[in-house]
Design a protein around this ligand. Structure first.
Ligand SMILES: [Zn+2]
Length: 344
């Protein structure tokens, strides 16, 4: 089969590799679309891969084409999305339903072969069934969609609370729509990019604030702040802003993955004390029973077209042209998600 193999830093080559072998309890999925995730950027261009050679891709959809022994034959032909975590189910954290918190797990697309390929083999549990009517390009957004749903799932989320989402990248936009779907509101979107704020408004944000606009940020704080704040950017300015805009007794949920140190001035740290904030973090997108509510709810929401995705895609590249991805990322010209079409 054809796959985009990462051979070294910024060295992605489309080549013929051995067809994956299907084992007991596994499925063979013909990949339709595979998204390039923000977490793939360090793997692709900042020496961040666990090993080489490696086939990345953990945000993908496809169709079941073969089943291993012990698996229902009627799954053949079904549309699926991949839930990429392969947990150690015996781990004490997994036993408590915290599948992503136990060490030693595997992960399709970063620790084992993923979706930048024509075919992927995965355990039955990792294939999330999608409705026949779903567009497989939308199906490839299941993984990033469930990241926001997980943050909502693990916190004390109540409908009707004033909510802010800081960072309108893929995760932020999807989280904002999910929160709205689940009754949050009014919702304010924060970002430093006016284009993204415009997109947020189109996708249902009740208000938007340019995080660089000090007067607008102060006005939001003076108006009472937000009972729930999600931080999805993973950069210090956003991490600090999240503390500042939280209301008294508010909840701040950190979703974004940090890459640089964060320094808090005493007055910034004191936001936590003086407002009696509850600070929480969220990691991945799994809950019991595996892979969890995030995936069933996400599949339903996408299947019913209740999540908008059109403005999130920078371009759809044929898998045959995947070799261009590192250069595209290095050029910093990418405005949204690069999707690979694995059938071309
Ligand atoms: Zn991802």
């Amino acid at each position: 089969m054809r796959a985009a193999v990462l051979h070294g830093n910024a060295d992605l080559r489309v080549e013929e590799v051995a067809d994956p072998e299907i084992g007991e309890g596994e499925l063979l999925v013909r990949v339709a679309y595979s998204g390039v995730c923000g977490s793939d950027v360090p793997r692709l261009i900042h020496n961040g891969a666990h090993f080489y050679p490696l086939v990345l891709g953990h945000e993908f959809s496809g169709t079941v084409v073969e089943v291993g022994t012990g698996i229902e034959h009627n799954l053949i032909g079904k549309k699926v999305a991949c839930a990429p975590l392969v947990p150690i189910f015996e781990h004490p954290q997994s036993q408590r339903g915290n599948f992503a918190l136990g060490k030693g797990y595997s992960f399709i697309g970063s620790r084992q072969s993923g979706g930048f390929a024509e075919y992927v083999v995965m355990p039955r549990l990792n294939a999330v069934l999608l409705d026949d009517s779903i567009d497989l390009l939308a199906g490839a957004f299941m993984e990033p969609l469930t990241v926001g749903l997980h943050a909502i799932n693990i916190m004390d989320f109540r409908p009707g609370r004033t909510t802010a989402v800081v960072g309108m990248g893929t995760i932020g936009i999807l989280l904002m729509q999910s929160a709205k779907l689940l009754g949050a509101g009014p919702i304010c979107a924060f970002d430093v990019d006016p284009t993204k704020l415009e997109l947020a408004r189109t996708y249902g944000a009740d208000t938007v604030v340019d995080s660089r606009d000090e007067a607008a940020v102060s006005a939001a704080i003076e108006a009472g702040g937000y009972e729930i704040v999600f931080e999805t950017a993973g950069v210090p300015a956003a991490e600090i802003l999240a503390l500042k805009i939280a209301a008294g007794k508010g909840r701040v949920m950190y979703v974004g993955t940090p890459h640089v140190p964060l320094t808090l001035q005493p007055a910034e740290f004191e936001e936590i004390n003086r407002k009696e904030l509850t600070i929480q973090g969220s990691w991945m997108n799994y809950s019991a029973p595996f892979p969890g509510w995030e995936w069933t709810f996400g599949a339903e929401a996408l299947g019913n077209n209740r999540i908008r995705l059109d403005g999130l895609i920078d371009r759809v590249l044929p898998l045959s042209q995947a070799g261009a991805v590192p250069e595209l990322l290095l050029s910093k010209s990418v405005r949204g998600k690069i999707m690979l079409d694995a059938t071309r």
